[in-house]
Each structure stands twice: as structure tokens, then as C-alpha cells.
Write a protein that binds this ligand. Structure first.
Ligand code: PEP
Ligand code: MG
Length: 588
């Protein structure tokens, strides 16, 4: 039977993007090109009438947004609905409204021109910002502008979109997503936007499969065209062949049947047939994912990528802001644990400085940057500590490559603890401190590093890139990025064995842990804890419950003696067949 990999490898009719919200959908394209409003700059004669017209449009816009805000609160919860509350606040901004009214009086131009011009000024500032978060907010402002202009013309938002449509658009605002979702649309595809765009977050929480960042889907696709959207892998297939259609239809049906079965696993532990329990923790990339974590049956949060806050806020949060964020996460996951990773700034992530490093992945990244920026590091340590009073918070250091970095970090953590004690602020004095093992030097030295920390977590995303000297984000060398390379397996085995020798818990939080094909192998290599995206947890439970640990160990022992990746994959596939494990990997 063909795999996803086989299907995509041979397909010319595919568009690649970012897998923004999971699910598989077969539907018809609806090109959602937002009506480009031609703005009139004509002179007016009756200033008073223009001002009344503006006030009425403003009120109508507020009414619409209040309604959207109410729907949003109902469907997404108060926190995420706050985007609309923020939009409502802009409509109440006395400076903006004052400026518009004054310009209507002074310039005697159509109010729609003045509204467009004034709000565009706000937008321009945001677009020019280096932060992706601010750029995303510029889209939200576009929505407000169009709403007021439309209401100045007394038009209503009309939606004639048939249900079951796959919405394909240049970009979508959160309001678009929410209103379109009421038409029961099947999926969203956008040329722009990343995983952290609000549109992506909202699609995930509304459970509508989505692919974003396709660059040219709006140009390649036509209205009414049949497409398959794969929100698991981030692909769109257009004009699917009969073979592709039946492949995805089968996956889709299988997925529906699986959902019910998976829901029943939520409260059950992940235990192999011969009784070995595996902890399944959640990776949290954006704060908006907490709802999914709660329903996924996770045993806690194994990796909270805190640097995401910088992207979400577009700025470095203050200590107090961080305390609020971490405390909320810690209390939501209580009594389970949350592992907050220190800001992993640099590489392909959030940039703190304008300086363009020639090799950012080998540069001032993770712990290296934090140790150079003690103010930033200390504020984060203090806020993590201040959120730890309930003793369910752990702190993890990224990109550790020397033991000295661990000692220096621990010294700073101790200093922060002393400061907080003298300020009478409560914290967990025994808060566990761990490291990511994602640099080859840390893999070589795991035994010694493990002695001076409380826990370890293997970051295969980076470990593979550094072991194989292959950029994790570069298509041209993707063939070399092999998670089943003997180099990777032997290194993982060494890290696991060395951690156990030191008596320290070890987990694995790279994407490899979420690859269901890799799960029996990782369990066989001795891992008792995996941290994966929350949506994958039910699938992982199902896989783990379908094999014996002792058989997985035998298979893993064999794999690490083998020299070729292809042979290792064959051995794993044979294990799946012999153990009659449904290859859930075919589904996700
Ligand atoms: C990793 O490197 O495997 C990891 C989990 O961290 P990130 O993907 O954030 O670099
Ligand atoms: Mg990493």
C-alpha cells in the first residue's frame, strides 16, 4: 500500500505550504478574493452630513464586531476572542476618531478617503515592523478599515459561499475565518501567514484543516476546482487523479472511524502490551494550543517553546507579563508538570538584534545568547520561578554545548532564587533544571552533563541537523535529513543509556517523536517519555498499545547494528507488519 511520501513524491499537481491545522479534506475551491474597495477622494459640500454618516458607519461597525466578538467568545474562549475586543477598542480610540472628524472638517473630502488614509497610517507602521506579530496585526487593521468603509456605503457583509467550500485566499483575518466557519466551510488555504498567525491558531481551535504560506495557491487554483487539502503534511493536490482521490478518500474515512476510537483513549495511559508505560507529554508552540492539550490526554507539557511569546507579542515581555503567562499555563496543567524552555532565540527563530549572522544556526542562539544578555535571562528565570510555587514547573536550557554553560546558568538561577527570597516572593526552591540535548557535543558528553542536571530532553530537530550537517529548513538537502539514519539512532541510544546511568529522566521532544513510524523504535531504544504535538497524542497512544516492549527492543537493537537508513526503515516496516499495527503514520 502506498504511503503519503509515495503519493507526494510522484505528484506534479501539488502545492506545498505549512501544515497549519490538521485534517484531510476533499472539496471545491472558493477563491475568496476580498473586494478591493475603490476609495473615492471626491470633495464634499455638506460637512455635517458627512460627519453623521461617519458616526453611523462607526456604530454599525461596532455592532458587527460586538456580534463577532460574542460568537468568538462562545466558540474559542475569552482569551483568543480578545483579538476582536482589541479591534473594538480601536473603533473607540478618541485620537483616531478625533483626527478623522477634524480632517473631514478641514479637508472637506469623502469620509471614506479620510478613514482609509488615517487607518492606513497605523497599518504602515505595523507593516514596517520587523516582527511577524506586528505584521499579522496589520491584517486585522485592514479588516477594520474595510468594515468602516463598507458601512459608510451602507453595504452589508454578504456571504454567498456554499458550505463544503475550500476557501483559498491571499490572506484571511481572524474575523474572516470566524464568519466563514459559520458557513460550514471545509478548509482554509492561504498564500501568506505562518503557524503563529492568528488565522492559523483559530483554524486549529475551530478544528478546520488549514494550510498556509503556499505563496501562489491563489494563482494556481481556479474557482470550483477539486482539491485535496492535507492539513497534516501541508499539501494541496489539485485536479486529483482517481488514484489520489481514492487514496485520500480512504484516509479520510479511516480518520473518521479512528476519531471515535481515539476519543476513548483520552483518559487511558499509553502502555505497551507487556505493561511498559510511556509518558506522553505535549509540545506547546503557541499559547492558543492549551485547549487542545487539555483534551488530548497529555500527561503534562514536555516542551513549552517560550520564545514564541516574543513572536506573539512582537516584543520582549516584562517580568510581570511573563509571570502572568507562565502562572496561567502552570495552573491550567496542574497537577501535571510543565517544562518551560528558556528563550531559544536565534537560528531561524525570533531575532533580537539587527546583526545578520553569516551562520545563524551556528551562532548566538539559545543559551549562548541568554548568557550574553543577563538582564533578559534573569527576568525570565525570575518569572519562571515566581510561577513555580505549586511545584509543577520545570525549567529547560536550550542549545547546551558545554558543561560550563550549565554551571553558569545554574549559578544565575541560584542568584535569582536568593533575590526572590530576600524580596519575600514565593517559588519552588527545588524546581527541576534540565537541558536539551540537541548539539552533538552534548550527546558525546551526556554522561557528565546528566550528573549536573535534573532531567534531559533530546531535541532531534536540531540534533539531526547538527549531526548530519544539514539545514533543517533547506529543501535542497532534505534527503540528507534522515531521522532513521544509523548515526541518529546510535546517538539517541547513547544519550538514553548515559542518562539512565546517571539516574536522570530523559525524554525526546523533537518532531521525530510524533512520527508514528518512529514510536516503537524510540520505545525500543529505551525512551519512556515522548513530548509531541497535542493533536498527535491519541495516535501515539494507539500505536504504543499495539506492541510489546520486548519486541520493540529487539527491533531497535537490530536497527542500531545496521549501516543503511533504507534497511532500518525496512526493519521498522516489517515490525509494523509482524505486529499487525495499523500504520497510523499513513493517516497522519
Ligand atoms: C528540537 O530541536 O528538536 C526542538 C524540540 O527544539 P526546536 O524545534 O524548537 O529547535
Ligand atoms: Mg532545538
Amino acid at each position: 500500500m502506498k504511503s503519503f511520501k509515495d503519493i507526494y513524491k510522484g505528484s506534479e499537481n501539488k502545492i506545498a505550504g505549512i501544515a497549519a491545522a490538521p485534517g484531510i479534506v476533499i472539496g471545491e475551491v472558493y477563491l475568496f478574493t476580498k473586494e478591493k474597495l475603490e476609495i473615492s477622494k471626491a470633495d464634499i459640500t455638506d460637512v455635517e452630513e458627512a460627519k453623521i454618516n461617519f458616526h453611523e458607519a462607526l456604530e454599525r461597525s461596532k455592532k458587527e464586531l460586538t456580534k463577532i466578538f460574542a460568537i468568538a467568545k462562545d466558540r474559542m474562549g475569552v482569551t483568543r476572542a480578545a483579538i476582536f475586543e482589541a479591534q473594538l477598542m480601536i473603533l473607540d480610540d478618541p485620537i483616531l476618531i478625533g483626527n478623522i472628524l477634524k480632517r473631514i472638517e478641514d479637508e472637506k473630502k469623502q469620509p471614506e478617503y479620510i478613514v482609509d488614509d488615517e487607518i492606513s497610517k497605523y497599518q504602515q507602521l505595523m507593516i514596517l515592523s520587523n516582527e511577524s506579530y506586528m505584521k499579522e496585526r496589520a491584517n486585522d487593521i485592514e479588516d477594520i478599515k474595510n468594515r468602516i468603509v463598507r458601512n459608510l456605503r451602507k453595504k452589508r457583509w454578504q456571504s454567498r459561499i456554499h458550505s463544503d467550500a475550500v476557501i483559498v485566499s491571499d490572506s484571511l483575518t481572524p474575523a474572516d475565518i470566524l464568519l466563514l466557519s459559520r458557513n460550514q466551510v471545509k478548509s482554509f488555504v492561504t498564500d501568506h501567514g505562518g503557524l503563529t498567525s492568528h488565522a492559523a491558531i483559530i483554524s486549529r481551535s475551530l478544528n478546520i484543516p488549514a494550510v498556509c504560506g503556499t505563496h501562489n495557491a491563489t494563482q494556481k487554483l481556479k474557482d470550483g476546482q477539486t482539491v485535496i487539502v492535507d492539513g497534516f503534511h501541508g499539501y494541496i493536490i489539485y485536479d486529483p487523479t482517481d488514484e489520489q482521490k481514492s487514496f485520500f478518500k480512504e484516509k479520510h474515512q479511516h480518520l473518521i472511524a479512528l476519531q471515535k476510537e481515539l476519543e476513548e483513549l483520552t483518559d487511558k495511559p499509553a502502555v505497551t502490551k507487556d505493561g511498559k508505560e510511556i509518558q506522553l507529554l505535549a509540545n506547546v508552540d503557541v499559547t492558543g494550543e492549551m485547549d487542545v492539550v487539555k483534551t488530548s490526554g497529555a500527561n503534562g507539557i514536555g516542551l513549552y517553546r517560550s520564545e514564541q511569546i516574543l513572536d506573539e507579542l512582537g516584543t520582549i515581555p516584562t517580568e510581570e507579563e511573563q509571570v502572568r503567562i507562565y502562572s496561567k499555563l502552570a495552573s491550567r496543567i496542574y497537577p501535571d508538570n510543565i517544562t518551560i524552555r528558556a528563550f531559544d532565540i536565534g537560528g531561524d527563530k525570533f531575532r533580537l538584534f539587527d546583526y545578520n549572522e553569516p551562520n545563524p544556526f551556528l551562532g548566538l542562539r539559545g543559551i549562548r545568547l541568554l548568557l550574553e544578555n543577563l538582564k533578559l535571562f534573569k527576568a525570565q528565570i525570575r518569572s519562571v520561578l515566581r510561577s513555580s510555587s505549586n511545584k509543577n514547573v520545570q525549567f529547560m536550557l536550550p542549545m547546551i554545548s558545554t558543561i560550563d554553560e550549565i554551571h553558569r546558568s545554574k549559578k544565575i538561577i541560584k542568584e535569582c532564587m536568593d533575590e526572590l527570597s530576600s524580596e519575600n516572593k514565593s517559588f519552588d526552591a527545588e524546581m527541576k533544571i534540565g537541558i536539551m540535548v540537541e548539539v552533538p557535543s552534548a550527546a558525546v558528553m551526556t554522561r557528565e552533563f546528566a550528573d549536573v542536571v535534573d532531567f534531559l530532553s533530546i531535541g532531534t530537530n536540531d540534533l539531526i541537523q547538527y549531526l548530519m550537517a544539514v539545514d533543517r529548513g533547506n529543501d535542497l538537502v532534505a534527503d540528507l535529513y534522515q531521522e532513521f539514519s544509523p548515526v541518529v539512532l546510535r546517538t539517541i541510544k547513547k544519550i538514553v543509556d548515559d542518562s539512565k546511568l546517571a539516574g536522570k529522566p530523559v525524554s525526546l521532544c523533537g518532531e521525530m517523536a510524533a512520527d508514528t513510524l518512529a514510536m516503537p523504535l524510540l520505545v525500543g531504544l529505551g525512551l519512556e517519555s515522548l513530548s509531541i504535538s497535542p493533536a498527535t497524542i491519541p495516535y501515539a497512544k494507539r500505536i504504543i498499545k499495539s506492541f510489546n516492549y520486548k519486541d520493540a527492543k529487539k527491533m531497535a537493537d537490530k536497527c542500531i547494528t545496521v549501516c543503511y537508513e533504507a534497511e532500518i526503515e525496512k526493519t521498522i516496516l516489517k515490525f509494523f507488519e509482524e505486529n499487525d499495527i495499523t500504520r497510523t503514520r499513513n493517516i497522519i
